[in-house]
Ligand binder design. Structure first.
Ligand SMILES: [Zn+2]
Ligand SMILES: [Zn+2]
Length: 621
């Protein structure tokens, strides 16, 4: 028992170590391990008119018609493999290869695409296969097919024979084709089906996030809905429908176990080791554990943003770290349209968001909501102008049009002062850093900061084109979104975005999971507005900064912070302290348990200056 367990772990470690460096290396290594060592194997009949050629990469299928051959997959690159494959085909037919289907971009399937095109064949692959080849690391790089299909199906007809090419979704890669021979009741799953002790490999490299554990389950469902009695895996012998059913059972079991581990909080580097597979007979091969972990935890990682699925069609978007993005955004997907909450800190951030959003939905962004006027929520507006309605409270339009937002707080300090200061600090730290790895990390941060600074130059403050004063309802097709003004607080025009059915609120900076900026605050009204927020029927708050939270006690704690700051501010001012002195002397450390970023006494000086101004305004009334 003990030894079996140990052995399994050792095997897993060996497997992970082997495939870690990069997917392409591992895939080639695997190709070598099973394929070229044995070379092209003798052709064997699967059914009358359909033959299989194993070896030298993946299984190839030969469908003979009286008008030419329809071939599936072209083996690892090389003259010998090509000649041997063509030679084997010649033993069963004189017909030339007219049509070739390549099932995904890996070289053990596409290696001789170029040679078949030269010989006059049409070679078909999914649109995503073509895009995956553009970034595929392999030498030699397989040639592009000369025919691609978008969407989910392509039907090949030759000599009275029909072959259906299906893209049922992402599985082994994002460009997989399943090939179905309806008259023969045979389906070829390529590497979406493995045999023996070889586990399924999820190649997360490539477009649309690459392969997918979750979509793979659906792909197998769609395959099993077909009428077939023989199934061809990428490598190994011809299988039955029962074999595919058994594989699906095991696949689902392993992925459900992995998802349960992720949910239980198992750290990323422990995930594969803790995954029980000894009763399955194989372990999944995961070259990119980060991507696997993200997928199972409902996170889709784009270039600039990560999307966390909060409910069906509701995504919380946070920075991936490669660029300066500003606030956290929310995407709400209806049957027809997408609504986006906040636009980030620059047009570049908004463009990156729109690009990354395609990973989770293909529907168009028709509505954008600004939760308030601050730069980190609105400076991407210009990217959406003319393409989507930009909706906000009346005050947001007023503020962006009248307040000269690029020459006042919070932009003044947060961007114009702090960014150059941060760049200088990073440069000094890089000069002083002796550890090469630390130095590289700092250089990356510097590059992101410098790029972020450049991206500010493009900003043209763009007000909303649709405004409201109390409440506005937006219909996305089958999904209602309410925009609510509950009262003044963080600014004079904060919107709460409410999804009544899903019981979700997006609160911008009216309520963050950390201490919000207070430079435009209406302190006493803010406490009241938060009370109204607490009274609403919701279960999840998606804030403008920080992380989603469910516990309304966090709001109570923030109300306490505000009330305490008003009280201590009034007292210290009464003792003759300036705003700057008060900002140093207030003690709000008792809220540290709720807001861990409170590191000691003091508060943001811009908030305290605003507190003094606010006290003057109150006194004048
Ligand atoms: Zn493959
Ligand atoms: Zn903000």
């Amino acid at each position: 028992m003990m030894t079996a367990m140990k052995m399994r772990i050792l095997l897993l470690i060996a497997c992970v170590a082997l495939i870690r460096p990069s997917a392409s290396i591992s895939l080639r290594a695997q190709g070598r391990g099973r394929g070229p060592a044995q070379g092209v194997q003798p052709i064997q009949q699967v059914k009358p008119g359909l033959y299989m050629v194993a070896g030298a990469g993946a299984n190839s299928l030969v469908r003979v018609t009286n008008a030419g051959v329809i071939l599936m997959d072209t083996k690892l690159p090389g003259d010998q493999n090509y000649n041997d494959l063509v030679g084997q085909i010649k033993t069963v037919t004189d017909q030339p290869v007219k049509f070739v289907i390549v099932t995904h971009h890996h070289a053990d399937h596409t290696g001789n695409t170029g040679k078949f095109i030269e010989a006059g064949a049409q070679v078909l692959g999914h649109e995503n296969l073509k895009r995956n080849l553009e970034t595929y690391q392999n030498n030699p790089l397989p040639a592009q097919p000369n025919l691609t299909y978008p969407g989910s199906e392509y039907v090949v007809k030759l000599g009275g024979v029909e072959v259906q090419v299906h893209h049922f979704g992402r599985s082994h890669t994002s460009g997989d084709s399943i090939v179905y021979y309806p008259d023969l009741k045979v389906v070829a799953l390529s590497d979406a089906l493995t045999t023996g002790t070889t586990g399924p490999l999820i190649d997360y490299a490539g477009v649309s996030g690459g392969g997918s554990a979750l979509e793979w389950k659906q792909v197998l469902n769609r395959v099993l809905a077909l009428d077939f009695d023989a199934a061809i895996p990428g490598n190994g012998p011809v299988l039955t429908k029962a074999d595919v059913q058994a594989f699906k059972m095991k696949f689902d079991t392993v992925m459900d176990r992995a998802a349960a581990l992720v949910r239980s909080g198992v750290p990323k580097d422990q995930l594969l080791m803790q995954l029980k597979t000894d009763d399955i007979g194989w372990a999944p091969r995961i070259p990119n554990v980060d991507a696997f972990y993200n997928e199972l935890s409902g996170i889709t990682a784009g270039k600039a943003y990560k999307f966390e699925k909060v409910a069906d069609g509701v995504f919380y978007a946070t920075a991936a770290g490669s660029m300066v993005t500003g606030s956290n955004n929310v995407a709400v997907v209806g049957d027809r349209d997408v609504l986006v909450v906040d636009t980030g800190t620059s047009p570049a951030a908004a463009r990156a968001f729109v690009e990354d959003l395609k990973l989770v939905t293909q529907k168009p962004v028709r509505f954008v909501v600004n939760t308030h006027f601050h730069y980190d929520h609105t400076d991407g507006n210009q990217v959406y102008a003319g393409k989507a309605d930009i909706i906000a409270h009346d005050y947001v339009k007023y503020a962006i049009e009248k307040l000269d937002v690029l020459h006042r707080e919070p932009y003044q300090t947060s961007q114009l002062t702090n960014v150059p200061a941060r760049i200088d600090t990073l440069k000094k730290r890089i000069a002083d850093e002796t550890n090469a790895q630390q130095k590289m990390a700092l250089e990356r941060q510097l590059a992101v900061a410098q790029q972020g600074w450049e991206e500010l130059k493009e900003i043209k403050p763009t007000p909303p084109n649709v405004t409201y004063s109390k409440k506005k309802v937006v219909d996305l097709g089958g999904r209602e979104v309410q925009l609510l003004f509950l009262g003044r607080g963080h600014t004079n025009g904060d919107t709460v975005v409410y999804l009544p059915k899903e019981k979700i609120v997006c609160t911008g900076d009216l309520m963050e999971s950390q201490i919000a900026y207070m430079g435009d605050a209406q302190f006493d009204e803010w406490v009241k507005t938060l009370e109204a927020l607490k009274k609403m029927d919701w279960e999840t708050d998606l804030p403008g900064h920080g992380a989603p939270f469910k516990d309304k006690a966090l709001i109570t704690a923030f109300q306490g912070y505000l009330t305490d700051l008003m009280k201590q501010g009034a007292e210290l001012r009464g003792q003759g302290r300036t705003a700057e002195q008060t900002a140093q002397q207030v003690d709000l450390t008792k809220y540290q348990t709720s807001f861990p970023q409170i590191q000691g006494s003091g508060a943001d000086v811009r908030g305290v200056r605003r507190l003094y101004q606010w006290m003057d305004e109150k006194a004048r009334k």
